[in-house]
Design a protein around this ligand. Sequence first.
Ligand code: SAM
Ligand code: SF4
Ligand code: SF4
Length: 376
Amino acid sequence: MPRIIPISAHTQPPPALLRVAQEDLQGPLLDQRQRPLRDLRISVTDRCNFRCTYCMPKEVFGKDYAFLAQSELLSFEEIVQIARVFVERGVNKIRLTGGEPLLRKHLDVLIGMLKQLTDAGGKPITLALTTNGALLTKKAVQLKEAGLDRLTVSLDALDDGIFKTLNDVDFPVQEVLDGIQAAHEAGFEKIKINMVVKRGVNDQEVVPMARYFKDSPHILRFIEYMDVGNSNGWKLDEVLPAELLLQGLAEAGMPVTPLAAHHTSETASRWQHQGGGEIGLISSVSHAFCSQCSRARLSTQGKLYTCLFANEGVDLRAILRDPDKQNSSEEMGLLLRQTLHATWHARTDRYSEMRAENTHFPTQERRKIEMSYIGG
Ligand code: SAM
Ligand code: SF4
Ligand code: SF4
């Protein structure tokens, strides 16, 4: 059984104590490859009501698994305090994720608090959320009313048997479809539907999924199965490369043609059905997009990760909870700014490019943070 490394073991002391000049703490922040900081993903819980075999397999995340205690999670106030600093330095889009974010109590309150943040130009940030959809029927209206701008729902199959095999908790596909419908009725007009494709497991669902969403207002995005974390036992031959997927769609009478990207840091390439809707391809294995990666991740426990495949995070919660700094929010703010600056400025991450350059890349030997701690 793969060994899970507790996330505290991945933690580096904040590099904040490196002195950063005051004037460097303003304006756009670039890393060592000149990539700006634009997106922040915040994991609001490490728990999930699914046990997707490629993300939180039951053998690892079973009954005895020790999830984080409530006191270890960042509070809403702490999340907002950290997010504000990221927004000051260029972030204009925040995505809430997990684990399953809809399991976090009073998430609508957090959404309302984050919606108060404005970017450097005074514009409201875009607030998005990725969910497995299980609780959407119940929560869609609340999310919309709280101010959530965009919604992504993960759905890996239409066939109930295949869907249940993947979620591994016997959850019926119809309830996710009902959730998508409820969200649409609540005002989320164009929902992104994320399908992770694992060869030999759900690749036969690519065509039915494409057909189902083709004439809907929603955008289906096919994601190449990735070697995130240490527990899914990833193998390269389980990845269905984007080219083969496109070929399969064409052979099924659904050829698609490329569309221009909305912006350079977009992770999905955009494609259009003949006379109809759009699909997206997130080909992080076959076409690495590290050179455009402008994304930071904040873990449930308040650690900053600059890459999905990182094995070390920088502990921002330690700054907020430092007993010596409790009375000085100014000092804490400065330390957060310095830490973010030093961390992003030093960033060189290019894991997917390295994997693509080396077919013998030792993915299983490298210790990586689990996806459920930092979200997708
Ligand atoms: N629980 C929510 C959900 O499933 O939408 C949010 C968290 S989940 C970690 C975020 C996204 O990561 C989902 O779309 C999921 O399908 C994707 N994901 C998880 N493990 C993956 C893997 N090994 N390869 C590719 N995508 C993965
Ligand atoms: Fe849960 Fe999402 Fe991971 Fe599935 S992909 S186990 S729904 S966190
Ligand atoms: Fe970004 Fe890391 Fe993914 Fe490359 S491997 S795109 S740097 S998250």
